[in-house]
Design a protein around this ligand. Structure first.
Ligand code: IVH
Length: 310
């Protein structure tokens, strides 16, 4: 069975290589763009379904050639949701009350507190440590396959060089541009977020590579083997896997302490070299997160505590 799948996969890769060459090297394709995109899609589909399928000749591994005109769509394995917002103490009290009611347990909650970076979220799937799919958030269910563009970002490891990592691992984080880098290109874009978004969606990855985008990792989508107890443990592990995480991440217990930290942080937000628009509080314990689950568009276990407008 596996042999048959592998043979079919390798045939498609060979076919893809042939047409890729005809198209990009010789500029004389003999199949339509649509057929070519379909072929790539079939390969991605097979790799996604059977994680043992890998080839350095696969389109997922090729850096430096342009993605098709409109990016291919890619269905997120786990939906990319947004966060509910809170603005004051009352909102935080309500947020915690709902959690305690839902769990039906009296419990002193511990939170992973993280700056809410105002950029563009992206999802990175590593198969056996190899960056295989890079996807934009899109509508939360389906994003654009922008692997080659994301591969140009230096903070994104192409391979996780660590033993015993989950064989399928989806890391999520924020792509953004630092304020001093934005200064150099501010005539072309309305704000840093816009600049990050526009740059990330360039048709040609070489254009993306010209702007120094940054990536900070903060969560996971799908993990084949999840051995983490807390969100803060996962954030620590991200560093050892080669990702940048925010140096302001912190574990805090109790609403009064959250408010204190928020007040201090709000004052120094403008000293940071990138835009943040609040703090995210996530229930630290991952088992509790799992029990709490999601409402229709946001997790019950997290809230974005916004700063007042700039
Ligand atoms: S967690 C379901 N953590 O905020 C959990 N998001 O409004 C959602 N964001 O789309 C993601 N910093 O683009 C999370 N430390 C952080 C974040 C963060 C920024 C963005 C992200 C997300 C949006 C939600």
């Amino acid at each position: 069975m596996n042999k048959k799948i592998l043979k079919n996969y390798l045939n498609k890769i060979e076919n893809y290589q042939k047409h890729n060459k005809l198209y990009y090297d010789k500029s004389s394709p003999i199949i339509s763009d649509r057929e070519f995109d379909e072929l790539k899609k079939e390969i991605f589909g097979l790799e996604k379904k059977y994680s043992f399928l890998k080839s350095i000749k696969s389109p997922t591994n090729s850096v430096g050639f342009a993605p098709s005109k409109n990016f291919e769509k890619f269905k997120h394995k786990v939906r990319m949701l947004s966060l509910s917002n809170g603005f004051d103490k009352e909102d935080l009290i309500n947020f915690e009350k709902k959690i305690i009611n839902f769990l039906n347990e009296k419990i002193y909650l511990e939170y992973s507190v993280e700056p809410k970076i105002d950029g563009i979220s992206a999802s990175l799937t590593y198969l056996n440590g190899q960056l295989t799919y890079g996807v934009s958030r899109g509508d939360g269910r389906e994003g654009e396959l922008i692997t080659n563009n994301l591969k140009t970002i230096k903070d994104i490891p192409l391979k996780i060089e660590k033993k015993n990592i989950p064989h399928e691992l989806e890391i999520r984080g924020e792509v953004f541009i630092e304020k001093n880098d934005f200064e150099k290109i501010k005539d072309k874009f309305a704000n840093p977020r816009n600049a990050a978004s526009g740059t990330l969606r360039q048709k040609d990855p070489k254009e993306t590579a010209k702007i120094p985008l940054k990536f900070i990792a903060y969560t996971f989508g799908f993990i084949s083997e999840n051995r983490f107890k807390n969100q803060s443990d996962f954030l620590e592990e991200l560093k050892s896997w080669g990702f940048l995480t925010s140096k302001y991440n912190k574990v805090i217990k109790g609403i009064d302490e959250l408010l204190k930290f928020h007040q201090q942080f709000e004052k120094k937000r403008f000293d940071l070299n990138y835009d943040i628009d609040g703090l995210v509080y996530k229930v630290n314990n991952l088992k509790l997160q799992k029990r709490l689950g999601f409402t229709s568009n946001a997790p019950r276990w997290a809230i974005a505590h916004k700063f007042s407008a700039d």
